[in-house]
Design a protein around this ligand. Structure first.
Ligand code: ZN
Ligand code: ZN
Length: 413
């Protein structure tokens, strides 16, 4: 694949091979969230080779600052973590890596969300921009963010002083690979992705023999009431024109059919688009869980936050500006406006922390003949998720360059 913007940055067959090799290396060597130690060493080494001012931030996060004279500062973010998934793609560069979860469990690790494509593309963009300094002016801050999957990484980088250590950008861009058509790209104006809140709820009761319920406070009956009533938040409390999802994904309690256990536990996940709806749902959840316990004469349940993903909001003006550049780089029909998705990201925190706009889009990774076949295409977080390296990586690279150059020097210049 070639196009004007790649050509104008001197993109050659050697660059193409290097991009593919970098991707294969990263794909074969994934690491779990907030444990991206070798990945960060690799990224740091490559950024230093290119002459960027590069440093670690937030543990395993990496920042590369490319300074090229006066002008705007632009941020570009790529996330770096893999997932606890046993890869089943059969690819020659498939991962056989293993990692250890926080609870000590050994698990296989895979770049099952495609963050390897994000890193490979961002490194190539840095290289091409570092080589084409005559045609643009300003500063680009490349943010290689760890721990996206756990919503810990953006917070860790900010807590470590990201925007004190790196120049503050006037806009932050980011992108994600997904199994849409390769060569194409999808973008939403305004809200792009949902907020996501996950909780663990421990329902406390009183243990007794299964034949003596009068001596018990049954946490299983109580937990079941909580879980059923929680669904009425959506059907009876949230206005029908608003969107929200509440999913209870696990429910565990007890060891034997004739013992009423002392406690039970469930985990839930909430997705919302509007901050006011999020507040409403979370407040109602807490109220229902606590009140159901009170209604059973049970101790107050313990509610713990597992993770909290912020909103991913695409500033309409910045989105319109970037969309125009993306269309001119990739072709009018290859960039589609789409409604927001219920997926979540911690990307939004990076720009929100300093009150600047951000724009985030998805680039496709499935060849059109494969998309049109009968068998469904495995998506992100699936053990068979396998982006077609060509032209996916070059689409991501083209989009990165076009977006960055929207502010620091005319795209395709
Ligand atoms: Zn993911
Ligand atoms: Zn992802």
């Amino acid at each position: 694949m070639t196009n004007d913007i790649l050509a104008s940055h001197g993109y050659s067959t050697t660059d193409q091979q290097k991009l593919q090799e970098t991707y294969r290396y990263l794909h074969a060597n994934p690491e779990l969230s907030m444990q991206e130690t070798n990945t960060s060493k690799f990224l740091l080494g490559r950024l230093e080779e290119l002459g960027l001012d590069a440093f670690l931030c937030g543990g395993t996060g990496v920042v590369g600052v490319l300074r090229n004279g006066p002008g705007p500062v632009v941020g570009f973010r790529a996330d770096t973590d893999g997932l606890p998934i046993g890869e089943n793609t059969g690819l020659e560069y498939a991962s056989t890596a293993e990692g250890t979860l926080e609870d000590g469990t050994r698990v296989p690790v895979m770049h099952g969300c495609g963050h390897d494509t994000h890193m490979a593309v961002a490194l190539a963009a840095a290289e091409l921009l570092a080589r084409s300094t005559g045609s643009w002016s300003g500063t680009v801050v490349f943010i290689f963010q760890p721990g996206e999957e756990t919503a810990a990484g953006a917070r860790a980088m900010l807590a470590d002083g990201l925007w004190e250590k790196a120049p503050q950008p006037e806009v932050v861009y980011g992108q994600h690979v997904w199994p849409g058509v390769a060569g194409g790209l999808e973008i939403s104006s305004g809200t792009a992705m949902a907020m996501a809140d996950s909780w663990k709820v421990t329902v406390l009761g009183r243990q007794a023999h299964g034949s003596q319920p009068e001596k018990s406070i049954d946490p299983i009956v109580l937990g079941a009431h909580m879980i059923v009533r929680i669904q009425t938040i959506l059907s009876r409390e949230v206005p029908p024109r608003e969107s929200a999802v509440v999913t209870v994904g696990t429910f565990h309690g007890g060891l034997k059919e004739n013992i009423i256990p002392a406690s039970a536990e469930f985990t839930l996940n909430v997705r919302t688009f509007e901050p006011a709806v999020r507040d409403q749902v979370l407040t109602a959840l807490r109220r229902i869980i606590t009140a159901e316990a009170a209604a059973s004469g049970a101790p107050e349940p313990v509610i713990e936050e597992i993770s909290s993903f912020p909103r991913c909001y695409n500033d309409p003006a910045a989105t319109a500006e970037v969309t125009e550049q993306l269309r001119s780089a990739l072709g009018e029909d290859n960039v589609r406006d789409v409604p927001p998705v219920m997926g979540s990201e911690d990307f939004g925190l990076l720009a929100d922390a300093i009150g600047v706009p951000s724009v985030y889009w998805m680039f496709g990774s499935t060849l059109s003949e494969r998309l049109n076949s009968e068998t469904p295409v495995p998506g992100n977080h699936h053990p068979e998720f396998a982006p077609a390296p060509e032209p996916t990586l070059e689409t991501g690279l083209t989009a990165a360059l076009a977006a960055i150059r929207t502010r620091v020097g005319g795209a395709g210049a």
